[in-house]
Design a binder for this molecule. Structure first.
Ligand code: ZN
Length: 310
């Protein structure tokens, strides 16, 4: 297939407490805060981006701050949580590090590979998977020894009541291919099939539908090479009866949104222009970046945001 969305771009979740969020993702997990900005629809709330050194697609976790919002419920029609990749042999390091700061730790296995499961301050499930083949470097600016650094998203778990129609969209419209099945879990891969190019589709007819709110994943973005590919994928979705948005300028990428048949909000995001459009590699994430329309109100916006420093 010549036009496809061959990998994960970012995952966006919802936090009630941006300060605890920054502490956990930068100080505990050792990711780089690559952009601090505000919700473009509501500048009284943060939008925070974490990733590797440059904020490479596939390493990005982003969080909407919804002040005062109710806690959501994880269920069908949602992405279940966050999956991050580390090297084989690093799980003991992560289990010890998480326990040392009071985070819950469980161990498990998936498709024969071990994992450690914890929860972030909002209760979002965070899994660290020992991945054999992941050439991506981590971010070396935190206190994580190089062999143990987190290298980006491993995959994402899509939970739906009826996986059949979701599977059709992923395979026929977006170019993913089914690779393995284990205990009701289908692993789809795209592109090179390495970590950052996995989706696990889990069907559960009996499960409750998810409810949006803090502590849940809001949407998952898949990669597109450029705006031309996004437009062609959009046309394909339209032709098959889906209802994608227009191509929207998100400053750091261009996005098309649509709700797949299982109810999950998906995005197709371009690899470029990336996070260096308004900051240098050295200062990435250091300042509050505002869209031009909000700049005249910067002082008032900053004064209303909760401080992120400890
Ligand atoms: Zn997004």
């Amino acid at each position: 297939m010549e036009v496809a969305a061959p990998g994960l771009h970012h995952l966006t979740a919802v936090t009630a407490d941006p300060r605890a969020n920054v502490q956990f993702y930068t100080r505990v997990l050792g990711l780089r805060l690559v952009k601090r900005t505000v919700n473009f629809d509501d500048p009284s709330a943060y939008h925070l981006y974490y990733g590797d050194t440059a904020g490479t697609p596939g390493t990005l976790l982003t969080f909407f701050h919804w002040p005062g919002a109710a806690r959501g419920r994880v269920g069908t029609g949602q992405v279940a949580g966050i999956q991050l990749s580390t090297a084989g042999g690093s799980l003991d390091f992560w289990a010890d590090r998480l326990r040392a700061v009071g985070c819950p730790v469980e161990t498990g296995q998936r498709f024969g590979e071990p994992l450690v499961r914890t929860a972030d301050p909002d209760g979002i499930a965070v899994e660290i998977l020992a991945c054999r083949e992941d050439p991506r470097p981590g971010w070396s600016g935190a206190d994580i020894p190089a062999p143990h650094q987190l290298r980006g998203m491993a995959g994402a778990e899509l939970r739906v009541r009826d996986p059949g129609r979701t599977l059709r969209v992923l395979r026929e419209l977006l170019g993913w291919r089914e690779e393995r099945v284990e205990a009701g879990r289908r692993r789809l891969v795209a592109g090179p099939g390495q970590p950052g190019h996995w989706l696990d589709l889990v069907g559960d007819e009996a499960a409750e539908p998810g409810r949006p709110g803090t502590g849940t994943v809001h949407h998952l973005a898949l990669r597109s090479a450029d705006a031309g590919v996004s437009e062609r994928l959009r046309a394909r979705l339209l032709a098959s009866g889906d209802a994608p948005s227009a191509l929207i300028d998100r400053t750091y990428f261009r996005s098309v949104y649509f709700r797949e048949p299982g109810g999950i909000l998906l995005e197709i995001a371009t690899d470029g222009p990336g996070f260096l459009v308004d900051e240098t590699p050295e200062t990435l994430g250091a300042g509050l970046m505002l869209p031009p329309a909000f700049e005249p109100a910067r002082a008032a916006i900053v004064a209303a945001l909760p401080p992120l420093a400890p």
